[in-house]
Write a protein that binds this ligand. Sequence first.
Ligand SMILES: Nc1ncnc2c1ncn2[C@@H]1O[C@H](COP(=O)(O)OP(=O)(O)OP(=O)(O)O)[C@@H](O)[C@H]1O
Ligand SMILES: [Mg+2]
Length: 255
Amino acid sequence: MTAEKPRRTIIAIGSGKGGVGKSTVSANVAVALARMGRKVGLVDADIYGPSQPRIMGNHDKPELGEDKKIVPVETFGVRMLSIGQLIDPGTAVAWRGPMTGSALGNLMDGDWGDTEMLVVDLPPGTGDVQMTLVQKWKPAGAVIVSTPQDLSLIDATRAIDLFRKLHVPILGFVENMAGYACPHCGEVSDPFGSGGAEAAAKVMGIPFLGRVPLTLSIRRASDEGVPPAAGEGADADAFRSIAVRLIEEVNRSGS
Ligand SMILES: Nc1ncnc2c1ncn2[C@@H]1O[C@H](COP(=O)(O)OP(=O)(O)OP(=O)(O)O)[C@@H](O)[C@H]1O
Ligand SMILES: [Mg+2]
């Protein structure tokens, strides 16, 4: 008989399309959850294009603990594991299915200790990593990130469809890059439209967790490795309120 694993809430952050801000949302929601007192882990499951070491500003190499499990590094109150910590930066990863699964396993089954919630930043789309994660680690739910424009929303629908087919509850939709606040005059414009994800969530009957504006400060912060959720102000507030809604939905879905 195998020992019972500690019960841990796994939250998958996905999208249909690439570049919509999954990694940014994953990192900042994880930081916001940690600031709310949760013991949070962040898994960068984007095996092919890991970005969490950069976003979270930590390039330390994790060590192997007892029983050969990788010990997450801690940054901004969040425990983190990424394949980016294990390979040299800039190295291309060309793994096939089974290797992808074992790489993911090293991260998911790391030495997470008493971590209560694991936020998993997925690669774009609906491929091997998503399937393996769902089948082997059974997430409590998935959060779908989309930009407001139609094309991104159509792709998001595909991701929702996949998770639903695999019986993973959809915890909600996050609209990212909604409304651009000009850093000079403060005028808000909508390069990608706005409100599309909220409307789509309503039609699909899934919760809307909130929106994150398109700001220069978020982009800069990510490049500099200081998640805005670790600071104060409008950007941090946006991520905090998404984290609060996420916890509500996790509790509601009984996970
Ligand atoms: N709200 C925002 N405001 C400004 N820039 C943003 C915002 N969200 C994300 N970005 C920027 O957009 C780029 C893509 O974001 P991110 O890497 O989080 O997307 P992703 O969905 O994880 O991409 P991929 O599919 O490649 O994994 C990054 O440069 C990031 O800093
Ligand atoms: Mg990403």
